[in-house]
Design a protein around this ligand. Structure first.
Ligand code: C2E
Length: 291
């Protein structure tokens, strides 16, 4: 509307702002009710152990099926949930749902090693740690079957409650990982301060490694550093044979991405939990050259 008269321009502008504001308000109200209206679900994406070809775990990813807007991606509503103060309820729903699913798989004799859930910094604290213990017991799952993916912001927060909660987590026995390693502008000292099991290397690093030699060297160095600290390394967003080769040849043990599977429903995941599901694919990828 750049060529409109100023007056009309202002009217258009304020009208569209009004609409935007209204649609956000509506979305807020809808998000508050999404749980009770049963619009949320979890999808699961397998994480493949590149040495054995077995599934080392899955990541639970939240989905919101809005009755009018259709599927809204978490990138579009997690932040909103944090802003309007419903991330606690949402996060708790994810925790319960994921543990319940693990219980169901356990009962069906399917061997799911662990499920990873993403934890928002706003949801993290001593109360959360107590709740994790409670839910694990409620569903009778082994603590090692639950992975909490924490942000670097949580690991480096100095507020007393966070530090206490991180210490307390050690005793719960759950698997702890750092999400999107290296993207949080955080000092690395936390790596030796807390009892971590794994770092997750974000897709951005992976993309950089394909674009420049420096990017490739950086990811190789991160993998080496993590391994020397006794941490597992998982790389997310793996899409190509070339990425597979590069990562496995440089010691990344666990890969997640469209190369193996997109996030799927619990039912769709079932066949992938067979110990042999990815074995042939991994072997073929390891033995052949990318085009
Ligand atoms: P994330 O934890 O880094 O999750 C990985 C994202 O990458 C997922 O997007 C997944 O669908 C996508 N992805 C997986 N493989 C590939 C691939 O090969 N190529 C590409 N291009 N993308 C791939 P999604 O499901 O849209 O989730 C986005 C983010 O939302 C997550 O990033 C996570 O930070 C957040 N999120 C999702 N579920 C939850 C949740 O329950 N709680 C919290 N606090 N955050 C969540």
């Amino acid at each position: 509307h750049a060529k409109k008269t100023p007056r009309a321009g202002i009217e258009m502008y304020s009208e569209s702002m009004g609409e935007q504001g209204q649609s956000r308000l509506r979305l807020e109200a809808d998000l508050r009710r999404a749980i009770e209206r049963d619009e949320l679900s979890l999808h699961y994406q397998p994480q493949v152990d590149t040495r054995s070809g077995s599934v080392a775990g899955v990541e639970a990813l939240l989905r919101w099926e809005h009755p009018e807007e259709g599927m809204i991606p978490p990138g579009d509503f997690i932040r909103l949930a944090e802003e309007i103060g419903v991330i606690d309820q949402l996060g708790d729903w994810v925790l319960v749902q994921a543990c319940q699913q693990v219980q169901a798989f356990n009962r069906a004799g399917l061997k799911l090693q662990k499920v990873a859930i993403n934890i928002s910094a706003l949801q993290f604290g001593t109360e959360f740690v107590a709740r994790v213990n409670q839910v694990i017991r409620q569903f009778g799952i082994a603590p090692e079957q639950l992975e909490l993916a924490l942000t670097e912001g949580i690991m480096t927060s100095n507020d007393e409650e966070t530090v206490e909660a991180l210490r307390a987590l050690k005793d719960t026995g759950v698997y702890l990982s750092v999400d999107d390693f290296g993207t949080g502008y955080s000092p690395l000292t936390y790596l030796s301060q807390y009892p971590l099991d794994e770092i997750k290397i974000a897709r951005e690093f992976l993309l950089d490694s394909g674009r420049s030699e420096a990017g490739a060297k950086l990811i190789v160095a991160i993998i080496a550093m993590a391994r020397s600290l006794g941490l597992r390394v998982l790389v997310t967003g793996v899409e190509t044979h070339a990425q597979f080769k590069f990562l496995t040849e440089n010691g990344a043990g666990f890969l997640q991405g469209y190369l193996f599977s997109p996030p799927v429903t619990a039912d769709e995941l079932k066949p992938m939990l067979s110990p042999w599901h990815f074995v042939d694919q991994v072997q073929r990828l390891a033995e052949s050259q990318p085009p």
